[in-house]
Design a protein around this ligand. Structure first.
Ligand code: SAM
Length: 255
């Protein structure tokens, strides 16, 4: 099960008091390298942005970098404990707003207000109704021309002939990817809800060669936007993590 209730009960109980999710950055050699090598190159075309929405910030691992890239930052999560962790981390930053969401809608955000929405390493655990809900909501909440980058599961495309999913990645101990979401389904959600899918990266995460993950880049079209086919590419996230971690060990200041 990877529905909203299962996610809420898991992430409400998570201990954010430790490193606030920094522990998930060790494959990159730390969160700074995750930002510099993986996230910033993808977000750079859209930064700085007046208004950023982060969906599912958890303990604020990515938020820590987004917070200086915008005038307004909205955070929405389904876990109160995650939001509390963000409040204690960013409480002195008056341009940050915190929203406890229902896991699929963004009703508390003004229509047409968001320049950039990002969700990283969270919706991979979310089932299709949540991903569809956010795509539908982003069709209203993004400014025309605004962009969203959503990291979600592709495990529905990794079904084996025996009915199991690649490397059993639907199990919590193996990455807990949702078996109900795929890149293809996300493209269909975009088409159904009037947003343009610009492109998708499909990649393995912890169990290569299983292509368990996808980053979908979507945009709310303006009146002048001409529809085009999305660019779909397979990329090498584990290789990127390994490179980042090697660089972190070589290029470092001495104590
Ligand atoms: C693995 S943590 C990752 C947090 C953060 N993005 C990071 O990279 O450190 C997953 C977070 O996603 C949140 N989450 C899961 N499903 C969600 C949904 N449908 N809507 C909003 N938040 C969700 C959880 O409450 C949790 O805070």
């Amino acid at each position: 099960m990877a529905d909203v209730e299962a996610n809420r009960s898991t992430w409400r109980r998570y201990d954010w008091t430790g490193d606030g999710g920094e522990e998930w950055s060790s494959a990159w050699g730390g969160s700074r390298m995750l930002w510099r090598v993986t996230l910033f190159p993808r977000l750079a075309p859209f930064l700085p942005a007046a208004r950023i929405l982060e969906i599912a910030p958890g303990g604020g691992r990515v938020t820590a970098f987004l917070v200086d890239e915008c005038e307004h930052l909205d955070l929405v999560d389904i876990s109160e404990t995650a939001l509390d962790s963000c409040r204690s981390r960013f409480g002195d930053r008056s341009h940050v707003r915190y929203h406890l969401g229902d896991g699929a809608s963004l009703d508390f955000i003004e229509d047409g207000s968001i320049d950039l929405a990002i969700s990283w390493d969270s919706l991979v655990h979310a089932d299709a109704p949540a991903v569809e809900g956010y795509v539908r909501a982003l069709g209203k909440k993004l400014k025309p021309g605004g962009t969203a980058i959503l990291h979600h599961s592709n495990l529905a495309a990794c079904r084996l002939p025996d009915g199991r999913y690649g490397a059993d990645m639907d199990r919590p101990e193996n990455g807990w990817r949702s078996p109900t979401v795929s890149a293809e389904l996300a493209r269909r959600f975009c088409a159904d809800h009037g947003v343009l899918c610009l492109g998708q990266e499909i990649f393995p995460w912890s169990r290569p060669p299983v292509l368990s993950d996808c980053l979908t880049v979507l945009s709310r079209p303006t009146k002048r936007t001409r529809a085009a086919e999305p660019v779909i590419a397979q990329t090498d996230m584990p290789g990127e993590m390994a490179t980042a971690s090697r660089l972190a060990r070589i290029y470092r200041r001495i104590e």
